[in-house]
Design a protein around this ligand. Structure first.
Ligand code: F6P
Length: 342
């Protein structure tokens, strides 16, 4: 077979490890050929491709980002998008696709499968919010980056007796905030799943100062105050209808400074969480998912997403995987609350 590979949506560490595993096993064990489509769904839509063989995947295992490029192009928002994809696949002699992406990219894969495109999905996102898989690669790396930042911020916050608010990524799900906050010993963790009371947060912060320790507040970019409007960086929507977030950390720091009388500053980690080399956990997970994806393609098990369940790599229907986002359950948040303000 000649198989097209693409990476869509926000990049994350481990994408190259998947591409490498797919190509290495696909060529060595099954004798398949590969084409790399550039920039997510834009590649097959516009026929933008590049060679993808063993030579092209040498040395990419530890590299962050994606050698194929990425975009948030949604072919269903473009006139004749599906027909154009089908035509370009036929023209380039591509029999099937392996799409590596998050909710949006795999949502497109799900619909294309229903329209008879042969496709296998591989879940990726630093947000860890895809259903049907226990973990997505990229998440562990992002959490470690955020944890290291929090560790560093503790010492400077203590020296200056100030509150430091750390804004991490997480649009609808607070997994990064929860794990980085727990691992980094944050004083308060705020998630999109539960609106927060700014008075209560100020109370936790004050209590922490009473213990002579400076507070670190970890806030997910999608967290919202009670009765408040979501704080938006701007109102622009991407092709999948998502607003660009950012700004809650700054707003919160201003509120905390006004309410506690203690200086509060903000650090927005932003895309630092998505860049650079993947952790060992993410490299192994990405590699195992890639191996399972090429097995599924070889067997013609189309319309599946590969997933991690417990310690196994399994296949689930794409439709099931993209049905709903996996958000942080209340019990998990309550575990963390024990540490707030203490
Ligand atoms: O979905 C991954 C993610 O990193 C989110 O956590 C974040 O909200 C979004 O992508 C940022 O997107 P962009 O790369 O378009 O700024």
């Amino acid at each position: 077979m000649r198989i097209g590979v693409l990476t869509g949506g926000g990049d994350c560490p481990g994408l190259n490890a998947v591409i490498r595993a797919v190509v290495r096993k696909g060529v060595a064990s099954y004798g398949h050929e590969f084409v790399g489509f550039r920039d997510g769904w834009k590649g097959p839509l516009e026929g933008l491709s590049r060679p993808l063989g063993i030579a092209e995947v040498r040395g990419i295992l530890p590299r962050g980002g994606t050698i194929l490029g990425s975009s948030r192009t949604n072919p269903f928002k473009i006139e004749n998008g599906v027909e154009r994809i089908k035509d370009n696949l036929a023209e380039q002699g591509v029999d099937a696709l392996i799409a590596i992406g998050g909710e949006d990219t795999l949502g497109v894969a799900t619909k294309l499968h229903e329209l008879d495109v042969k496709v296998i999905g591989v879940p990726k996102t630093i947000d860890n919010d895809l259903g049907a898989t226990d973990y997505t690669f990229g998440f562990d790396t992002a959490v470690n980056i955020a944890m290291e930042a929090i560790d560093r911020l503790h010492t400077t916050a203590e020296s200056h007796h100030r509150t430091l608010v750390v804004e991490v990524m997480g649009r609808h799900a607070g997994w990064i905030a929860l794990h980085a906050g727990l691992a980094g010993g944050a004083n308060v963790i705020l998630l999109p799943e539960r609106q927060f009371d700014v008075e209560q947060v100020a109370g936790y912060v004050e209590k922490r100062f009473q213990h002579q320790y400076a507070p670190i507040v970890v806030v997910a970019e999608g967290a919202q105050p009670l009765d408040g409007q979501m704080v938006l960086h701007n109102q622009e929507l991407d092709a999948f209808g998502h607003v660009r977030l950012g700004g809650i950390g700054q707003w919160l720091a201003e509120q905390l400074e006004a309410k506690t009388g203690k200086e509060a500053r903000t650090v927005v980690l932003g895309h630092i969480q998505r860049g650079g080399t993947p952790t060992a956990f993410d490299r192994v997970l990405a590699t195992r998912l890639g191996l399972q994806a090429i097995d599924a393609a070889h067997e013609g098990d189309w319309g599946k997403m590969v997933a991690m369940q417990s310690t196994d790599i399994v296949r689930v229907p794409l439709a099931e995987a993209t049905r709903e986002l996996k958000t942080v359950p209340l019990e998990r948040y309550e575990e963390a609350e024990v540490f707030f303000g203490s």
